[in-house]
Design a protein around this ligand. Sequence first.
Ligand SMILES: *[C@@H]1O[C@H](CO)[C@@H](O)[C@H](O)[C@H]1NC(C)=O
Ligand SMILES: *[C@@H]1O[C@H](CO)[C@@H](O)[C@H](O)[C@H]1NC(C)=O
Ligand SMILES: *[C@@H]1O[C@H](CO)[C@@H](O)[C@H](O)[C@H]1NC(C)=O
Ligand SMILES: *[C@@H]1O[C@H](CO)[C@@H](O)[C@H](O)[C@H]1NC(C)=O
Ligand SMILES: *[C@@H]1O[C@H](CO)[C@@H](O)[C@H](O)[C@H]1NC(C)=O
Length: 437
Amino acid sequence: MMLIRNDLQFVVIGLLCYFGQPGKGAEPLGSTEQEWGHVTVRRGAHMFWWLYYTTADVSNYTERPLIIWLQGGPGMPSSGYGNFMEIGPLDINFEKRNYSLIQDFNVLFIDNPVGVGYSHVDGNDTKTPKNNEEIGEDLFRFLKIFMNRKEDFQNVPLYIFGESYGGKMVVEFACQIAKKKKKHNKHKWNFKGIGLGNSYISPVEYIRSYAPLAHQLGLVDKQGFTRIDELAKQIEVLINKKDFEEAADVELTMMQTLVKEMPGVDVYNFNARTNISSEPSLFSYLGLFTERMNSVVKEYLGVAGNREWSFLNNDIYESLSKDLLKSVAKRVEFLLNNTDIKIIVYNGALDFLVNTAGTRLWIENLKWKSRDKWKEASQQPFSVDGYIEGHVKQVDNLLLYVIFRAGHSVPVDNMLAFKHMLMKELVYSELLTSILY
Ligand SMILES: *[C@@H]1O[C@H](CO)[C@@H](O)[C@H](O)[C@H]1NC(C)=O
Ligand SMILES: *[C@@H]1O[C@H](CO)[C@@H](O)[C@H](O)[C@H]1NC(C)=O
Ligand SMILES: *[C@@H]1O[C@H](CO)[C@@H](O)[C@H](O)[C@H]1NC(C)=O
Ligand SMILES: *[C@@H]1O[C@H](CO)[C@@H](O)[C@H](O)[C@H]1NC(C)=O
Ligand SMILES: *[C@@H]1O[C@H](CO)[C@@H](O)[C@H](O)[C@H]1NC(C)=O
């Protein structure tokens, strides 16, 4: 999830007094087989993890893949939004979710980067990572220790998924695994692929698409188009000059401008109905999360002590300010050039912020051996229960799923399609491969 921070402050104040008592108590949290803890990834830097074993009808959980799930922000812990809002067994009211990914997969949430959620550093914040590479290194160290402790998972197909800004971290995480695997060739993990959900891989492509998208959708008039387009051009110039901090400042103005020019439009899903306050619906959960993650959930887990869990850690966001608008498209190229992992890009078609137009642009611009093939290949519709839920295009190990009726958060908006994609790419295609070869 990528957050519009200037709106955040407002909502935090607005909702803290709005939601009162925590939910039903700790008991229902324990009904699924799960484990959690901290891994010390560097001296004084402790990363929180929360593992759910699959409830699939298999004789051993090792028969189903392990999905690592990373949230974006940057600064959003996946113990909160990802677990209770998107894919975990319970929703934020601690009621059973109709469909949770743990019904088919083992799921591991990590509060990343160190410093967010229940992860923490000793002493002052000089130990929090300052760029995407440091984040990737921490995640690699985490995985090494985790796999040593949980040997059963070493042969289990491993997929790493990230949403929004989390996708950038996933790409770097995967590069670190690939690099270190090449160097030492001793990590026996069964690393199979990554999932990039509405991921902010190349910010400039998304920003460049704002004005035409808003105009084509009929959300702005000509003046609105011009105002958004001028800002986009400014940001592009700054990014090209590698002045990333200044670019991030103008991008903040861009966010305010989008909200101003398109009142009532939820930038995370332009088809969503918004409250008269014009806040994206995502923010309406902020107070509830902060309250519950700091009471019932914290008590159940017995972690974090007096440390405050927050929906978005502003300090982490600030400390990554030079990195926010950097592209990691070259790192995706590195993965395509040097590994055979599956790269599953998926985009909710109704997301304005990390729009599908931008996703198509950075994919088309990738330099790799099948660049021309990609341009020529055509997308195919895919259906679930007789309805077309989106389009998919695949060339070699690179896939793009465009998911209909979904915005920034695909599992929230169209779980059916999301589940279909995961079963096809992570379970059935594996079975097919093992039969064919
Ligand atoms: C969950 O499933 C029930 C029964 O099929 C349905 O009535 C309900 O609307 C579903 N809830 C959600 C959030 O999809
Ligand atoms: C943080 O801690 C380190 C080591 O203890 C110290 O050298 C540094 O001055 C501290 N920084 C701040 C901003 O307090
Ligand atoms: C499940 O599989 C793992 C790895 O093959 C093995 O170590 C473990 O004993 C198995 N567990 C059960 C309950 O069979
Ligand atoms: C809009 O949101 C505010 C603050 O979250 C809330 O008090 C109000 O009831 C909401 N209005 C509607 C029509 O849902
Ligand atoms: C990947 O390979 C292509 C050639 O197929 C090359 O042009 C590109 O620079 C490479 N990218 C990286 C990051 O290695």
